[in-house]
Design a protein around this ligand. Structure first.
Ligand code: GLA
Length: 382
């Protein structure tokens, strides 16, 4: 990838670019908990966005997406979200955070390439946002720390992609560490690297190859439903600021009597935050079966209570349940398509893929793609 993106850069622009790689992410457990001040357990992966970039002498930004054969230009003084072609927004949204912090932005040329599949729930957009933020921080010599850059990349998604995402994706992309998952407290941003070398197990991602159009609007609706639950609780318990501070007993008292839908949503989140904490204990004890069982429970909750799954994701999770070699499986990320994450005994991976691919294709008429992944390092200059 490094050579490819450098070559494309030299075809389009002059000079020697800096090349930054920023990965996509997986998440073992803890879904839709980040924007509720809960915990998540993500890791960066080996699929990444690559940006070859250098500053210009003027105020112009010239971008190219090598995979799509598209280009885009705009002036630094005219930064705003653009139309519905999404890829420039991730770069521009990240660039726009510098002037917003009082850091003068300069014109730049950039070529983007990525092997993070889009719409697969692997955070292809966060990878681009983090790569851009990291590269500009180097080029503009702004000396920002990584956590500040994580927050800037998240803002890029809010402001230029219109998705009110939590902090997980950008955090995992920027802060990933080989062979570790990150136990992140999304309230304090305190984090811990937890070793994740699974003897005899593989992390298998099964891509439904669907991304239902509901994804971003329903995501924002779920956030609002959670906020509504907190507001109802706060009428009685003023110290409560997020679902992190809430128990199921509190929901029974103040939310269930008001609205069963909001209760269902917030109950899932409260349960999921606790499930993650228990999963970390499982990991510490080396009890992977217990962790895997919780992944299945998470999926059921995402499907039936939070209602962010879809028939393709449910089909894949139901299918693998029949296999003893599959320790755990669930849909991953925001939902409405994308991938399932499966912990599978190494020796059974090939057999599973051989069985599930034709079955899925017959059931849905869609191709099933798969990736075997493991935790990798976060954003870096290469
Ligand atoms: C998307 C968002 C994340 C997180 C997940 C669900 O990936 O970008 O912030 O909320 O969905 O866990």
């Amino acid at each position: 990838m490094k050579e490819k993106v450098a070559k494309k850069y030299s075809e389009l622009f002059e000079g020697n670019p800096m090349i930054v790689r920023s990965p996509g992410r997986i998440n073992i457990i803890g879904e839709h908990t980040d924007y509720n001040d809960g915990f998540v357990l993500p890791a960066a992966i080996d699929k990444a966005a690559y940006i070859a970039i250098s500053l210009r002498d003027d105020d112009e930004i010239h971008l190219a997406a090598a995979d799509l054969n598209e280009t885009f230009s705009i002036s630094v003084n005219d930064l705003k979200p653009v139309g519905d072609t999404s890829w420039p927004n991730f770069i521009l949204g990240a660039a726009a955070q510098f002037p917003k912090r009082g850091i003068p932005l300069k014109g730049f040329n950039a070529v983007l390439m990525s092997d993070v599949p889009m719409g697969a729930g692997l955070s292809s957009s966060a990878a681009i946002e983090c790569a851009t933020t990291f590269a500009l921080n180097e080029l503009l010599q702004t000396n920002l720390d990584r956590i500040t850059m994580v927050k800037m990349a998240q803002k890029a998604e809010h402001e230029y992609a219109g998705v009110m995402c939590g902090i997980m994706d950008q955090f995992a992309s920027m802060m990933g560490k080989k062979d570790h998952v990150i136990k992140l407290d999304c309230r304090t941003l305190e984090y811990e690297y937890v070793p994740f070398k699974l003897k005899g197990l593989k992390i298998l991602l099964l891509n439904t190859n669907v991304k239902h159009s509901l994804a971003s609007s329903e995501y924002n609706t779920r956030r609002k439903e959670c906020e509504q639950a907190v507001a109802w609780v706060k009428e009685h318990e003023q110290q409560v600021n997020s679902l992190r501070d809430v128990t199921e007993e509190i929901l029974d008292k103040y939310v269930l009597p008001k609205d069963t839908l909001v209760d269902k949503r917030s109950r899932f989140v409260v349960q999921e935050i606790n499930r993650l904490l228990k999963s970390c204990e499982d990991l510490q004890r080396g009890d992977l079966q217990a962790l895997g069982n919780k992944m299945f429970t998470t999926h059921a909750g995402l499907s039936k209570m939070y209602e962010v799954s879809c028939k393709e994701l449910d089909y894949l999770v139901d299918f693998v349940k029949k296999y003893d070699a599959v320790i755990g499986a669930r849909m991953m990320g925001g939902g409405f398509g994308g991938c399932t994450i499966n912990l599978v005994k190494e020796e059974a991976v090939d057999e599973l893929i051989a069985a599930i691919r034709p079955a899925y294709e017959k059931e849905t008429g869609l191709p099933l793609t798969y990736y075997i992944d493991s935790p990798e390092n976060g954003t870096e200059i290469i």
